[in-house]
Design a protein around this ligand. Structure first.
Ligand code: ARG
Length: 481
């Protein structure tokens, strides 16, 4: 018997070229655990509809369980002429239980099947992703806590702007990651809808209780429109957007690590274990993890773009084009599964040069705003204070000195308002300590921020741990079958 799930109306089999183009087992075999799971659920549907006896249903379920173990062990794998994962599962079942296995296709199509498998896969893969994001957030928070009161230069336009604390710089990345985690939670509610029972397009005549089947599989509800159910891939596009934006966040972090470690900045040092050398320049120590995080974000954006272009103008119902949703989806999940732990290790083991950061923090007249603020405190309108401070900066530049190095007379010559009292308030530690606005850079605020962020990360961990799918069997999304 042919392995193909179709063929009755054809006088000859497909050409080798078509077979080669059509085959998807290299990509979709990782859906085998999900395909077996939903096949078991479908057996229950057929039993309820009277198409399978209780004894037959039990026999099929036993064999499916055995197949599931073999898939996990890697002993059940696709044959060369299997078209897709669904073919392998049905063919194997028929090989083991004979005609009984041929009964399971009633009321089910690969169209609702593949949509169900893919949703189940996403639901099982994302808790792993979420935990990895939490790990990175915690590594950043650990560093932020340690450096909550370390003065560091703050930049806008990549020009020295105002001093900040290093802990504040590091913690900022955590807020982006927390938003990624929030988006993932939000995505989950829309992904957890079962398409099983939609059949090819019109709905199965045997699916008496799609809601029950949905719950049995761990979905929160069943489809509301069978045409939408087989053609909808919003859950793929949305997850890819979450991945792409997360990728952009990792890329921005990677960019900063790369800059921090460059000799021109030299404010951070990579641990040996988390950096690489050059094949020709013996002195090199390269931030490859940070660069790969930056580089791989391109793939993640590409993966999202692929799916959006795939869906654009696609007629409703199932179209074979949809087979192309899986490579970008799996690529994005695999990419993140590799990138996140590496970047976490890189961040956790970074060492920062406190002395150099402290020296850099006030340099480049980064305390100029403090002068203007002091003048404003003394009652000068800020726009005028800004103007006076600008002249002070020009005078310091002319003499090649820092603002605080100008003499009392030189200050007074610029403006009588630039008194020794005003100038005494212009100090690095004071500048930092004054930024006590909630969310500001003052060390006390940074410590509070770290505590609050840590508890939000911990909440997310607990929430996602509850989403661990038992059917997942501990496989990581990056693990290729
Ligand atoms: N392999 C296909 C996919 O990934 C599922 C099979 C649907 N094929 C079909 N002729 N209806 O989308």
């Amino acid at each position: 018997m042919t392995a193909r799930l179709w063929g009755g109306r054809f006088r000859s089999g497909p050409s080798p070229e078509l077979t080669a183009l059509s085959r998807s087992t290299e990509v979709d075999w990782r859906l085998a655990p999900q395909d077996i799971m939903q096949t078991s659920a479908h057996v229950g549907v057929l039993q309820m509809a009277g198409l399978l006896s209780a004894a037959d249903a039990e026999r099929i379920t036993e064999v499916l369980a055995e197949m599931s173990r073999e898939v996990a062990a890697g002993t059940l794998i696709p044959a060369a002429d299997d078209e897709d994962v669904h073919t392998v599962i049905e063919r194997t079942l028929i090989e083991r239980v004979g005609d009984l296995g041929a009964r399971i296709r009633a009321g089910r199509s690969r169209n609702d099947q593949v949509a169900t498998d893919l949703r189940l896969y996403c639901l099982a893969a994302t808790p792993v992703l979420a935990q990895q994001v939490c790990d990175l957030a915690d590594a950043l928070l650990e560093q932020a806590e340690r450096t909550a009161d370390w003065p560091a230069p703050g930049y806008t336009h990549l020009q020295r702007a105002q001093p900040v604390t290093l802990g504040h710089e590091l913690a900022k990345h955590v807020h982006a990651l927390l938003r990624d985690l929030d988006r993932l939670v939000d995505w989950r509610t829309r992904c957890a809808v079962s398409p099983l029972g939609a059949g090819a397009i019109a709905g199965s005549p045997f699916a008496l209780d799609p809601q029950g089947t949905a719950e049995q599989l761990g979905f929160s509800t069943a489809f509301a429109n069978s045409i939408d159910a087989v053609g909808d891939r919003d859950f793929v596009a949305e997850l890819l957007f979450v991945c792409a934006l997360l990728g952009v966040h990792l890329s921005r972090l990677g960019e900063e690590i790369t800059l921090w470690c460059a000799s021109e900045f030299a404010v951070a040092q990579l641990a040996d274990e988390w950096s690489t050398g050059s094949s020709i320049m013996p002195q090199k120590k390269n931030p490859d993890i940070a660069e790969l995080a930056r580089g791989r974000s391109a793939r993640l954006i590409g993966d999202l773009t692929t799916v959006l272009v795939l869906l654009k103008a696609l007629p409703f119902g199932y179209n074979r084009d949809l087979q192309e949703d899986k490579p970008p989806l799996f690529d994005a999940l695999d990419t993140l599964a590799l990138t996140l732990p590496a970047l976490t290790g890189c961040v956790r083991t970074l060492t920062f040069n406190a002395e150099r950061l402290r020296t850099m923090a006030p340099a480049g007249h980064a305390l100029a705003t403090e002068v203007a603020d002091e003048l404003a405190r003394a009652g000068i309108p800020f726009a005028i204070a800004h103007e006076i401070t600008g002249r002070l900066v020009a005078a310091a530049d002319e003499r090649g000195v820092a603002l605080g190095e100008l003499t009392d007379e030189q200050c007074r010559a610029i403006s009588p308002h630039l008194t020794p009292t005003v100038m005494a308030g212009v100090d690095l530690a004071t500048a930092l300590a004054r930024r006590t606005v909630p969310g500001g850079t003052a060390p006390a605020r940074v410590r509070e921020q770290v505590i609050a962020a840590r508890s939000r990360v911990a909440d997310r961990r607990v929430q996602w741990r509850g989403q661990w799918s038992p059917q997942w069997g501990g496989q990581s999304p990056g693990q290729r079958p």
